[in-house]
Design a protein around this ligand. Structure first.
Ligand SMILES: [Ca+2]
Ligand SMILES: [Ca+2]
Length: 354
């Protein structure tokens, strides 16, 4: 009888693990095939070889690109090289990426930039907020951009117990922001278990020097975050749930859920066209390929544009998709006056004229 029970228990455990693995494969969109969509006027950007995870473009056409992410379980092309922020002036005929100098006193050796956001203050000071992972932790670095010196001056490092596994941020003031925690755990093994078990413990946090609080919860993995041009709505991408949540922002910075736009792909970062309000999405067509990163079968790229997201019938268009032969592991797509920048987690970056 004891043996029978043992066999039964092992059988049940094996079935549960198999079920969880299947669910995990579905979340990763394993083996999903999509038709290629090419754009005619694109080129890879020189000098960016170790990722371009997030891209933010100022209203004047200056683009910031974060490069050199080292994310647990994903490929790291240059493990010993610190990360960098590149700048590109999209007003130029042939824009080039230039690495910004970072002021002394900031620990550049442990710089691992991830999501970024900009804030232009009333006096036109440009602040760049950068999610950083020094020594596998999460901080938010606040920089002041000094255009004439092509430099970032470090203002302060923000750490908080609620900022545990930060992926992306959207600035709402000169030192306040919303941030996504993509996992509850920050340890890579626990993070993997959290994904495997399908826990919905990921959240969105509001931070200001006076108040820090959780403002949205229950995500599988909250990733990209951004704000509507009228600054009334916050958009949050849940990469494992293949959707975008539209949240209304209130005077006390709390958020309430308005709607969810269900898609069929793993949405990473979100960018907003300031003129039209269109939401541009960098997406992972097949997350399993991103994890395996087999050079013979690399992860692909997918860019979606969502028009009229607040209406009854948003229009979703696949603007670009590639099997990885050009661009691998797209995480962001940002638009400026008919020019599109497409970034990746650990690969290169693409510049396109639409
Ligand atoms: Ca961002
Ligand atoms: Ca991201």
């Amino acid at each position: 009888m004891g043996k029978l029970l043992a066999v039964a228990l092992v059988g049940i455990a094996a079935a549960l693990v198999a079920e969880r693995l299947m669910a995990f494969r579905n979340k990763l969109n394993a083996s999903r095939e999509i038709a290629p969509v090419t754009l005619p006027n694109c080129r890879l950007i020189k000098g960016i070889e170790a990722g371009s995870e997030d891209i933010e473009i100022l209203p004047n056409g200056l683009a910031f690109i974060s490069s050199g992410l080292k994310y647990p379980v994903l490929k790291t092309p240059e493990p010993d090289k610190p990360g960098a922020i590149f700048l590109m002036d999209l007003n130029e005929d042939h824009p080039k990426a230039v690495e910004l100098r970072i002021s002394r006193g900031f620990d550049l050796a442990s710089f691992v930039p991830h999501g970024i956001s900009t804030y232009v203050d009333r006096d036109d000071t440009v602040y760049l907020f950068v999610v950083n992972h020094p020594h596998q932790k999460s901080t938010v670095e606040l920089f002041k951009f000094v255009e004439e010196d092509s430099a970032l001056v470090h203002v302060k490092t923000i750490r908080h117990d609620l900022l545990t596994s930060v992926n992306d941020i959207v600035a709402v003031g000169p030192d306040s922001f919303y941030a996504t925690n993509d996992h509850y755990f920050s340890d890579s093994i626990l993070m993997f278990l959290e994904m495997l078990l399908g826990l919905t413990w990921s959240n969105v946090v509001y931070y200001s020097p006076k108040e820090v609080k959780e403002v949205a919860a229950g995500f599988y993995s909250a990733n990209g975050i951004n704000i509507s041009p009228d600054r009334k709505y916050i958009y949050v991408a849940d990469v494992f749930d293949h959707n975008i949540h539209v949240m209304e922002k209130h005077a006390n910075w709390s958020l309430t859920h308005v709607k969810t736009l269900q898609l069929d792909t793993m949405v990473d970062n979100l960018s907003i066209d300031p003129h039209t309000g269109d939401v541009w999405l960098g997406c992972h067509p097949d997350g399993m390929k991103l994890l395996y990163n087999d050079p013979e079968n690399p992860p692909g790229s997918e860019v979606l544009r969502v028009q009229n997201i607040l209406s009854e019938e948003p229009v979703v268009t696949r603007v670009y998709s590639d099997d990885g032969s050009v661009l691998q592991g797209t995480s962001v797509a940002s638009i400026y006056e008919g020019k599109l920048l497409i970034g990746t987690v650990f690969h290169r970056a693409l510049y396109c004229e639409l």
